[in-house]
Write a protein that binds this ligand. Structure first.
Ligand SMILES: Nc1ncnc2c1ncn2[C@@H]1O[C@H](COP(=O)(O)OP(=O)(O)OP(=O)(O)O)[C@@H](O)[C@H]1O
Ligand SMILES: [Mg+2]
Length: 593
């Protein structure tokens, strides 16, 4: 799952626009030079006045004003460059991250959960933004200031530099220790933020269960515990940061005071002029804070490092295809890409497990010829939906052979393979957009007429027409404003529009009333015409019409054949029928693809 290339994606984006950062550094340097030269000019003028010499005040004012304008221009330029650099790097990283997430394997989302991903996309990304907009520019500006002023001071007296930097080794040791501890706390803090997002997300997603079972207290307690823990982590990190800042101020102030005394002494014995001392004092004041900040930025670097690492762990996960995020994906099914063969789908001895040592499918074999309808039956948890997931390429099989139109599935371009398949699952997901858009997702550049035609075929047109805004009515998050049967028919309309040669139906009529079932059955019959259909169903009415029924039991095909043939065997199938498949209790929450 780990990809080497993605490891330094943030740095790649940062390097790509390095010109802006270099311009920023150059302008910051120019700005500092202007301040130093201005300082020098004032020092010389002060010396002249103290020596009783006359100075041309007009010329001095002109020089200082020119410098003020040049300084303002440099300040504007550097602030513009740093702002643009931050915006552009953040944009690249965010866009890259979103593109990458869209093509990650399903397994990744199942393992990591939505909470962690959401926090990384929001709060960790903000940290990256803070790094490029605040921390990096401030660090660079401090560094440039310290270097330029140090050079200037060194020219005055090298001993000043020795005194000034005498405490640096101590500062480095203290900053290193504190920042390491801080990074540890921040790691815990961020992981608890993931938990908080997840808990809030769960509470919102499960709002109806929560309300109907009065789970308010349980949810509140779970959230409170996480929020308290986050606060504890926050206090711990604030304590360390504050300790760092106070230690920094002690460690930096002592040598600076030493420098002031030294400069005073040098002036008194006449080694430097009063003007020089004045300039020195002003400059020392300028580096008083940056000199410590440069070292103690280590705290912030390590803190932000945690966010960087968390983002890079996402980039390090290999995409489904092993390629970087595809720029464009061709959604349209093209007959040209289909090899000429009579077999639409064939499986030979396919095994699969979600977790090692726990195989779900153990040597499953079946075939579906073009235009055939085959059905999968079996008890709950026997692996019917898993077959559908494998057919869509959500997971790779562990062993065996899986051919799509005679070609090994692995040899297909995954987008092309998916273009051949339409999936209608039991728990339909609708996007929070209009009805029309939800159906139109089935086909690139679908026209209004095509969408309406598909909806008519799916027996949902009349209903949509009665909605307040017709086809433009918004369906709400996950389609909550519609009933299960309505959502189901919209998803069938989507499949109509997609017009793929293979249709996968995973319990399309489960949990709907008889009237809706009739509407659905009609729609399914229309959409199935001329296609290869693989259906998972527990209703006799759906299953009996199939050309072949495969009965799954404990991960293997226990029986296969037509409805009558299977009943005559008096085996697993008959048993299922006798138990009353239409009355089977199905786990509708978790069984969808
Ligand atoms: N993502 C997953 N990770 C781990 N195990 C899973 C995952 N999805 C399903 N399973 C397990 O795999 C087995 C088969 O699940 P599957 O959803 O294929 O069953 P099913 O035959 O469709 O059942 P149902 O009729 O209840 O929908 C179950 O035991 C289930 O717990
Ligand atoms: Mg299922």
């Amino acid at each position: 799952m780990v990809k080497k290339k993605g490891k330094s994606f943030v740095w790649q984006a940062a390097r790509k626009h390095i010109g802006l950062l270099l311009s920023y550094i150059a302008l910051a340097f120019v700005f500092d030079q202007i301040v130093i030269i201005g300082n020098d000019t004032i020092a010389k003028a002060a010396d002249q006045i103290l020596a009783g010499q006359k100075i041309a005040l007009g010329d001095l004012m002109k020089t200082l004003m020119t410098m003020a304008f040049a300084g303002a221009a440099a300040a504007f330029g550097k602030s513009f460059c740093s702002g643009k650099y931050n915006a552009i790097v953040q944009k690249d990283v965010k866009a890259g991250l979103c593109r990458h997430i869209l093509v990650l394997p399903l397994e990744y989302f199942e393992k990591s959960g939505s909470g962690g991903l959401m926090t990384r996309l929001s709060s960790d990304m903000n940290e990256v933004g803070r790094f490029f907009s605040e921390i990096l520019p401030t660090f660079l500006i401090n560094l440039i200031t310290v270097i330029t002023v140090t050079f200037y001071l060194a020219k005055m007296d090298i001993l000043l530099i020795v005194i000034l930097f005498a405490s640096y080794p101590l500062m480095l040791i203290v900053a290193d220790r504190l920042s390491k501890r801080l990074a540890k706390i921040v790691k815990g803090f961020r992981s608890r933020m993931d938990d908080r997002t997840q808990a809030a997300y769960d509470a919102i997603q499960g709002i109806t269960v929560g309300r109907s079972y009065n789970l308010y207290d349980i949810m509140k307690k779970r959230l409170d515990a996480i929020i308290d823990d986050i606060a504890v982590h926050g206090w711990k990190s604030t304590r360390i940061s504050s300790l760092g800042w106070s230690l920094k101020s002690i460690i930096t102030t002592i040598p600076v005071v030493g420098c002031y005394f030294f400069a005073l002494h040098e002036t008194l014995i006449g080694r430097i002029t009063t003007g020089e001392m004045l300039a020195f004092t002003v400059l020392l004041g300028r580096i008083l804070s940056p000199i410590g900040d440069v070292v103690f930025s280590m705290n912030e670097f390590r803190e932000i490092g945690v966010a960087f690492e968390r983002i890079q762990t996402i980039f390090a996960v290999q995409t489904e295809t092993g390629e970087d995020a595809a720029a464009t994906i061709d959604r349209t099914f093209s007959q040209r890409n289909i090899p000429e063969t009579d077999l639409a789908v064939s499986w030979e001895n396919v095994t699969f497990s979600y977790q090692a040592q726990h195989p779900i499918l153990k040597g499953v074999s079946f075939t579906a010829k073009r235009g055939e309808t085959i059905a999968f039956a079996g008890g709950s948890g026997e692996g019917k939906s898993t077959i559908m997931k494998l057919l869509c390429g959500f997971y790779p099989k562990s062993s065996g052979s899986f051919r799509l139109f005679g070609k090994e599935y692995e040899a297909w371009d995954i987008q092309e393979a998916r273009a051949c398949i339409s999936l209608v699952s039991q728990n339909v997901f609708l996007f929070p957009v209009s009805v029309w858009e939800n159906v139109a997702y089935g086909k690139e550049h679908a026209t209004r007429e095509e969408v309406i035609e598909a909806c008519k075929n799916a027996n949902i047109h009349a209903f949509i027409e009665r909605l307040p805004q017709g086809y433009d009515t918004l369906v709400g998050e996950r389609g909550v404003r519609l009933s299960g049967g309505e959502r189901q028919r919209i998803s069938i309309a989507r499949a109509f529009l997609k017009d793929a040669p293979i249709l996968l139906l995973d319990e399309p009529t489960a949990s709907v009333d008889e009237e809706t079932e009739e509407l659905l059955q009609e729609a399914i019959a229309r959409v199935s015409k001329g296609r290869t259909v693989l259906i998972v169903a527990h209703r006799l009415s759906t299953i009996a019409k199939a050309d072949c029924i495969y009965v799954l039991k404990q991960g293997v095909i226990a029986e296969a054949g037509g409805h009558e043939e299977l009943l005559a065997r008096h085996g697993v199938y008959e048993n299922l029928m006798q138990c009353g498949m239409h009355n089977m209790v199905h786990n509708t929450e978790g069984s969808s693809v």
